[in-house]
Design a protein around this ligand. Sequence first.
Ligand code: TXA
Ligand code: MG
Length: 371
Amino acid sequence: MTARILPPSVPNIALAAEEIRRGQVVAIPTETVYGLAGAAFNKSALIKIFEVKERPSFDPLIIHVPISNLERLAGMGLIDLDQLSGAARQRAEGLAQAFWPGPFTLVLPKQPAVPDLATSGLPTVALRMPRHPVARAVIEQSGTPLAGPSANRFGRISPTSAQDVLEELGDRIAYILDGGCSEVGLESTVISIDYSGALVLLRPGAISASEIERVAESPVHLPSEQAASISGAPRPRSPGRLEQHYAPQKPLYLLPAPLTALAQSDSLSCSGASGLPEELPSHLGLLVVSGDAGTAAAKLARLTGREITAKSLSSKGDLEEAARNLFSALRSLDTSAAQLIFAERSTVHEGLGYAINDRLRRASVTKPMLE
Ligand code: TXA
Ligand code: MG
C-alpha cells in the first residue's frame, strides 16, 4: 500500500470520515503534529493504530473530541465526573473552557465504555479537542471521538507535515489528509487531574504550566514533585513518557552550554562521561535554537575541525517559530550527511523553551555533556 496525500477538500474530508466509520485509520493534520486517527470505541480500529505505529500496548492514546463541555463528554460515555470532587470538577471544566480547542490534553477518570486498549488498562482517559479546522471537520463527520496518537512509528520523530507522515507510515495506511505544516509543531501539553483536583504535568507543550496555574488557581506539579510530596507513594504513572523518545536515527548529543559560550577547552571530542566517541566523525550536524546557522556552523568547525551541517530553529530567536521548526530540523539533520548531531538547548526554562528542551533531552543519547 502506498498512502495518497489528499488536499483537505470537502469530498476528501468526507472520504476520511467514511474510512473511519468503517473502522479504518487515516492520518489527519492537527495544530500540534499529524495524528493517526481511528474510531475511539472501535476495538479493531484501535488494534490497527497500535499495529501501524508498532506501538507497545502499555502506551495509552489521546482521544480527540468535538466539544469542550465535560458534562456532554460524560454523556458520550468517555469520562466519569462522579470520580472527581466538586472542586476538581470545576477546575477541570475551567481548564477545558480556557484551553479547548487547542494544544492541551486533560487526563480524567474514564467510563467503562472506553476500551482498555485506548487507555492501556488505566482507569483514566486522555482527551483533547484540537483546533485545526480539518481535524475538527473529520471528528464531526465521523460522528465519533477519535483516538489519535502522533502519526509516526513508535519512538520516532513526530510528523509536522503530510510528507513526514508519508515517510513514516506511507507503506501502511491509505490516506493522509494534508492540512499544511503544523502550526505549533510540538505535541500537546498533557495534564492529569485527580479526585482532589491536584494537577500533574505529564508532558510539557505550548500551553505552559504557568498559564494553567493562572486558570486553575492551583499549582501544577511535575510527576517527581508529586511523588516527593506524598511520602512513600510510588511515582505516579505517566505511561509512554519513556526517557528516550522522539529519537533521530543519528546519535544526538546535547551541548553543555550555548555554542557561543563554548571554548576550545570544552573539548567536544572527549569520551567517557559524555559518552561521545573517542574520535568525532568527519561530518557533524548542529542544531541551534536561535541565531544564524552559518555563524554557528563556523564556530563548531573552529572548535572541532570537522565539516558541519547546521540548522537554526529561529534566526530571530522566536520560540514559537523554533517549536514549529524543531521536528523538521531534526528530520533533515537525520537525513543529511552528518554522522552525529550536536544540539544546543533553549536558554528559556519555562513555557515553549521548557517543552523544546524536553523533546531535545528525549531525542539525545545521553544526559547533557560535561554536567
Ligand atoms: O498533540 C498531540 O497530543 C498529538 C496530536 C495528534 O493530537 N497526539 C499525541 O499522541 O501526541 P501520542 O499518542 O503520541 O501521545 C500521547 C501521550 C503519551 O505520552 C501518553 O503516555 C499520554 O499521552 N497519555 C495518554 N493517555 C494517558 C493516561 N490515561 N494517563 C497518562 N498519560 C496518558
Ligand atoms: Mg507520539
